[in-house]
Ligand binder design. Structure first.
Ligand SMILES: *[C@@H]1O[C@H](CO)[C@@H](O)[C@H](O)[C@H]1NC(C)=O
Ligand SMILES: *[C@@H]1O[C@H](CO)[C@@H](O)[C@H](O)[C@H]1NC(C)=O
Length: 290
């Protein structure tokens, strides 16, 4: 390859030569370093396949994590992940967006490990203006430690939707009209592997068994479909522009096929929803069904 070509022609050239599909694969299959950097546990991060895959590991000394170089104000974010296998009780693998500073916003996928043969739980949470406590939990319809799956989160002015592959598993609508703040601070995309045995498995009763360490989580898919915001700015308004495809009307609510798939997940796989936790919230929070 002729590296004297600037980046754009290098990406467009295959498109002209062999057509759209391959070009799409090539432009989305980018290396980790183009959009992310390691943030902690440096010696526990392994780059594979020319940076197309990253392996985080955790042992008794430390876990590890990475974050996007840029901040974002809207987008359709994803990572392909394969979770630690065998006995992963106590181990948390996380993929999330988070803002810095006080009263933070955060959108979480947290995979809570389990004893071998017992299901891993996927917990999601939404923090807005510092208010969290919005946990929902599901079991998955596959073993997330066996293969890579695509975990995605759509974030625009109208809704936040968590997806497992193409299936929506959680919807957080913009309900500013009833006084619920909607995430609106620049956020970084982050992923990490850490010891959560104080709470993650059976409410903290099942501890991490370090004889299975190091625990390893693998990640792919480092392209980011997001509206980036300069590090010195808090102005998110440009990110609501319809020039970004994830802001188009099609992404303001689930379509009927997605709605059915979402209801199916809630009927079959939901194990916990804070909205229905009466001892915790005698009156359900405003964003919940009233
Ligand atoms: C929430 O929706 C309202 C009304 O449509 C809109 O004006 C506002 O910008 C949205 N808020 C955020 C933070 O996206
Ligand atoms: C940890 O795993 C080892 C190996 O399977 C087993 O012998 C040991 O009993 C386990 N420890 C606990 C506390 O479960």
């Amino acid at each position: 390859m002729d590296f004297s070509l600037p980046l754009l022609p290098r990406l467009i050239l295959p498109f002209l030569l062999v057509g759209g599909v391959l070009a799409n694969i090539m432009t989305t299959d980018i290396s980790f370093d183009e959009s992310y950097e390691v943030t902690w546990g440096f010696y526990h991060v392994l780059s594979l396949n020319q940076g197309r895959q990253i392996q985080l590991s955790m042992d008794k000394s430390t876990g590890s994590g990475f974050a996007s170089k840029l901040n974002f104000g809207s987008g359709f974010f994803h990572l392909r992940m394969k979770l630690p296998g065998k006995d992963s009780a106590g181990v948390v693998t996380a993929f999330y967006l988070a803002s810095n500073g006080n009263n933070h916003d955060e959108l979480d996928f947290e995979f809570l490990g389990n004893k071998e043969g017992k299901p891993i739980t996927l917990q999601t949470n939404v923090f807005s203006n510092g208010i969290g406590n919005r946990e929902q939990r599901i079991y998955l319809w596959f073993d997330p430690a066996v293969d890579f799956h695509n975990y995605q989160v759509l974030w625009n002015e109208h809704q936040i939707v968590f997806f497992v592959d193409e299936t929506p598993i959680r919807v957080f609508k913009n309900k500013t009209n009833v006084g619920v703040s909607h995430p609106s601070k620049p956020m970084q995309v982050e992923a990490s592997l850490w010891d959560g045995d104080g709470w993650a498995t059976d409410g903290g009763k099942t501890k991490t068994n370090w004889s299975y360490a190091p625990f390893k989580a693998n990640f792919q898919g480092f392209d980011i479909s997001g509206c980036s915001i300069p590090h010195d700015s808090n102005n998110i308004l440009p990110c609501y522009s319809p020039k970004y495809w994830w802001n188009l009307e099609k992404y303001w609510k689930l379509n009927s096929i997605q709605q059915r798939a979402y209801e199916n997940v809630r009927n079959k796989y939901l194990t916990y929803d804070y909205c229905f936790d009466k001892p915790r919230f005698a009156i359900p929070p405003s964003e919940c069904p009233q």
